[in-house]
Design a protein around this ligand. Structure first.
Ligand SMILES: Nc1nc2c(ncn2[C@@H]2O[C@H](COP(=O)(O)OP(=O)(O)O)[C@@H](O)[C@H]2O)c(=O)[nH]1
Ligand SMILES: [Mg+2]
Length: 206
C-alpha cells in the first residue's frame, strides 16, 4: 500500500492513464517543477504536493493502463492500491480530477468497451462518484484537437452525460497543460470548492 501520505487534511487528487499530462498539469498548477521521472509508468506510488503552507495538498496518483516494462500483475496491484487509497481517504478528498487525453480518450474508451469490460476512464469516473467525490474531467492536450466540440460531445456521451458538453462546464474542462491554458479546470475546481464552502482554497486555482 501507499504509506507516504503527509499529514495534511484536505486533498485534491489527480487520476488518469499514463502519459495524459498529469505531471505537466501539476507543474502548471503549483508553479513548481518536481522531478517525478519523465518515463511513463515510472510513478508507482502517489506524489503528494504539499508545497503550500495551508493544510492542503494535491496528489498525483500513479497512472495506469499500459505501462511499458511493468508486468500485468504489477499493474493490477497498482490499480488495487489506487482504489484503496481513494476509498480510505474519500472523506478528505474535496475533488477528484480525472485527466484524459482529449485527442485519444474516446478512441481508447471505444476500443475497451466490451461485453464485460468497462474502460478505465469510465470506470474511474463512476467509482469516484460512487464514493462521493465530485469529479472534474480535465480534457488535456486540446491543442492537438481540431474538432473540439465534436470530440467533447463524444466524450460526454461515453461518460453518460448528455451532450452538448457546454452544459457540463463544471464537469468537463478542456485544457492544454503544456501551453499553460488551464482556465477551464481552474474554474470548475473553484466552483466545486465554493459549493463545499472552501473558498479559502480557491486561491490555488486562479
Ligand atoms: N500537445 C500537448 N502535449 C502535452 C500536454 N500536456 C502534456 N503533454 C505532453 O505529454 C507527455 C506526457 O506528459 P506527462 O506530464 O509526463 O504525463 P503523465 O504521465 O500523465 O504525468 C509529455 O511529452 C508532455 O510534454 C498538452 O497540453 N498538449
Ligand atoms: Mg507523471
Amino acid at each position: 500500500m501507499f504509506e507516504n501520505r503527509p499529514g495534511r487534511a484536505d486533498e485534491i487528487i489527480f487520476v488518469g492513464r499514463s502519459n495524459v499530462g498529469k505531471s505537466t498539469l501539476m507543474r502548471e498548477i503549483t508553479g513548481h517543477s518536481f522531478d517525478t521521472g519523465s518515463k511513463p509508468g515510472v510513478t508507482r506510488s502517489p506524489n503528494h504536493y504539499d508545497w503550500a503552507s495551508d493544510d492542503f495538498m494535491l496528489t498525483d496518483l500513479p497512472g495506469f493502463g499500459f505501462m511499458s516494462g511493468v508486468p500485468e500483475e504489477q499493474r493490477e496491484q497498482i490499480k488495487t492500491n489506487i482504489v484503496h487509497y481513494i476509498e480510505d481517504h474519500a472523506d478528505d478528498i474535496l475533488v477528484g480530477v480525472l485527466v484524459v487525453d482529449g485527442k485519444s480518450a474516446v478512441d481508447i474508451i471505444d476500443r475497451h468497451s466490451g461485453e464485460d469490460e468497462i474502460p478505465y476512464d469510465v470506470e474511474m469516473f463512476y467509482f469516484l462518484r460512487d464514493v462521493g467525490i465530485p469529479v472534474v474531467v480535465a480534457v488535456n492536450k486540446m491543442d492537438k484537437v481540431d474538432d473540439e466540440d465534436e470530440r467533447l460531445n463524444e466524450l460526454c456521451d461515453r461518460l453518460g452525460l448528455h451532450p452538448p458538453w457546454k452544459q457540463w462546464r463544471d464537469t468537463i474542462a478542456p485544457i492544454s497543460a503544456k501551453r499553460g491554458n488551464i482556465d477551464a479546470l481552474n474554474e470548475a475546481v473553484k466552483t466545486e470548492l465554493h459549493e463545499q464552502k472552501r473558498d479559502d482554497l480557491m486561491k490555488f486555482f486562479s
